[in-house]
Design a protein around this ligand. Structure first.
Ligand code: F6P
Length: 376
C-alpha cells in the first residue's frame, strides 16, 4: 500500500566520489520542490544516523553544490553493526533504527557502493524503508550500467596517461600508472584503452610477467623504447593470484575459530604484501627489459574535484527518479542506470555482488585488436 510520505533522510557512505553532491541536490530539490517533503541529511554515512548528527536540507544547503566534488554530508566506511565509537567497536544497529523512527522518516536514501549496499540490505531487513543510489569510482556495483563518479575518475586517469606519454617518450622509459578500482578493472581498462596504454593489467586477468616483458622488448626492437603500463591496484601476477585463491578457499573451508583466525591473518598478510606490488613490478620489468621504469600512483586524485557532465547527468537522473519511486511506494531497491533509462532493482540482488569486467567484454576485445598486452 502507498504510504503518505512527509519526511525522508539521506546519507552518503563509503569512499567519496565526484557527483555525490549532484545526487544529494537532485534528491533534495525533487523531494522539496516536487513533493513538498522534508529532507534530513545525516553526516558521515551511517555514523550520522547512529549518533543523530544531521542537518535539514533546503535552498541554502542544496544550492551551488552541483559542481562541487566530495560530499557536503561527509562520508565514512562505518558499518551499522561495527562502528568505531570513542575508540571502541560497537554495534549501533539499534540506535540507527531508533533514530530513524524518532525522526519519523518515511524513507532513507543511501548513496554508496558495495559496502553501503550490504549495510542498506541489513537495515531494510529490520524494516527501514530504504532506497539506494549506486556510487563508486570503481564502477563495480552489480545490476547497474554505471555508478556515480566512475566517468569523472575515468577522465582523470585517462588524462594522466596522456600526460605520462610525453615524459615516457622523452626519457625512453617504462612508466607504470597505478589506477584505483579495488577488485575491479573497469577504471584501468577504460583509461588504459582511452589513453592508449601499451600494457593494461586488471584483476580479472592475472598476468604473466614474462609476457609483459616480451611485449615491451618487442616495442624496443622496432625502435619504440618507451612503454606505458596501466596497472589496476588489484592486479596480480599468476603466482600471487593463486596464493589469494588458496587463502580464500582456506577461509571458506575454515571451521574452528583457530582456523578462521589463521585464514584471516594469512589473507591480511597477502594484502599487505600486495600493497607494494606496483613498485615491485617496476623493478621486475627493469630487470627483464633493461629499460628504466618509473611509477606514478594516481591515488586519491582520481576521486577529487568537479564531476564530469556525464556524472552530473547520471546523479541528477538517478536522484530525481529515486524520489519519484519513493513517492510511488518503492522500497528495498537500488535505482539503477540501464541503457538510456533508470530502473529499480531489488536490493537483495545487488548486496554482496561485485560487477567485474567480463572476459568477453568489448573493451577487452578492442584492447587485444590494437595489440595492447593484457599480461596473458
Ligand atoms: O572504492 C573506491 C576506492 O577509491 C577504491 O578504488 C580504493 O581501493 C578504495 O576506495 C580506497 O579506500 P579508502 O578511501 O578507504 O582509502
Amino acid at each position: 500500500m502507498k504510504k503518505q510520505i512527509k519526511r525522508i533522510g539521506i546519507l552518503t557512505a563509503g569512499g567519496d566520489s565526484p557527483g555525490l553532491n549532484a545526487a544529494i541536490r537532485a534528491v533534495g530539490k525533487a523531494a522539496i520542490g516536487k513533493y513538498g517533503w522534508e529532507i534530513f541529511g545525516f553526516r558521515d554515512g551511517f555514523l550520522g544516523l547512529a549518533q543523530d548528527t544531521f542537518e535539514q536540507l533546503g535552498k541554502d544547503n542544496l544550492s551551488g553544490i552541483l559542481t562541487v566534488g566530495g560530499t557536503v554530508l561527509g562520508t565514512g566506511r562505518d558499518k551499522p553493526h561495527r562502528m568505531m565509537i570513542e575508540g571502541k567497536e560497537r554495534d549501533m544497529t539499534k540506535a540507527i533504527v531508533r533514530n530513524y523512527k524518532a525522526h519519523r522518516l518515511d524513507a532513507l536514501v543511501c548513496i554508496g557502493g558495495g559496502g553501503t549496499h550490504k549495510n542498506s540490505m541489513r537495515l531494510a531487513e529490520l524494516g527501514l524503508r530504504i532506497v539506494t543510489l549506486p556510487k563508486t569510482i570503481d564502477n563495480d556495483v552489480a545490476l547497474t550500467d554505471a555508478t556515480i563518479g566512475y566517468n569523472t575518475a575515468l577522465g582523470i586517469a585517462t588524462e594522466a596517461i596522456d600526460r605520462l606519454h610525453s615524459t615516457a617518450h622523452s626519457h625512453h622509459r617504462i612508466i607504470i600508472a597505478e589506477i584505483m578500482g579495488h577488485r575491479a578493472g573497469w577504471l584501468t581498462l577504460g583509461a588504459g584503452l582511452a589513453g592508449g596504454a601499451d600494457v593494461i593489467l586488471i584483476p580479472e586477468i592475472p598476468y604473466d610477467l614474462e609476457k609483459i616483458a616480451a611485449a615491451i622488448r618487442k616495442r624496443s626492437k622496432v625502435g619504440t623504447n618507451f612503454s606505458i603500463v596501466a596497472v589496476a591496484e588489484g592486479a596480480k601476477s599468476l603466482e600471487d593470484a593463486a596464493s589469494f585463491v588458496a587463502a580464500e578457499r582456506r577461509r571458506a573451508a575454515a571451521r574452528t575459530l583457530e582456523e578462521k583466525e589463521y585464514a584471516k591473518l594469512r589473507l591480511a598478510e597477502l594484502e599487505s604484501e600486495h600493497a607494494g606490488n606496483t613498485l615491485r613490478l617496476a623493478k621486475q620489468l627493469e630487470g627483464l627489459t633493461g629499460l628504466e621504469a618509473r611509477v606514478t600512483i594516481l591515488g586519491y586524485v582520481q576521486r577529487g574535484g568537479t564531476p564530469s557532465f556525464a556524472d552530473r547527468l547520471l546523479a541528477t537522473s538517478l536522484g530525481t527518479a529515486c524520489v519519484d519511486l519513493i513517492a510511488n511506494g518503492a522500497e528495498g531497491i537500488m535505482v539503477a542506470a540501464r541503457g538510456n533509462s533508470v530502473q529499480p532493482v531489488p536490493l537483495a540482488s545487488v548486496a554482496g555482488k561485485l560487477k567485474l569486467v567480463p572476459l568477453d567484454h568489448p573493451w577487452i576485445q578492442s584492447a587485444r585488436s590494437v595489440s595492447t598486452c593484457l599480461g596473458d
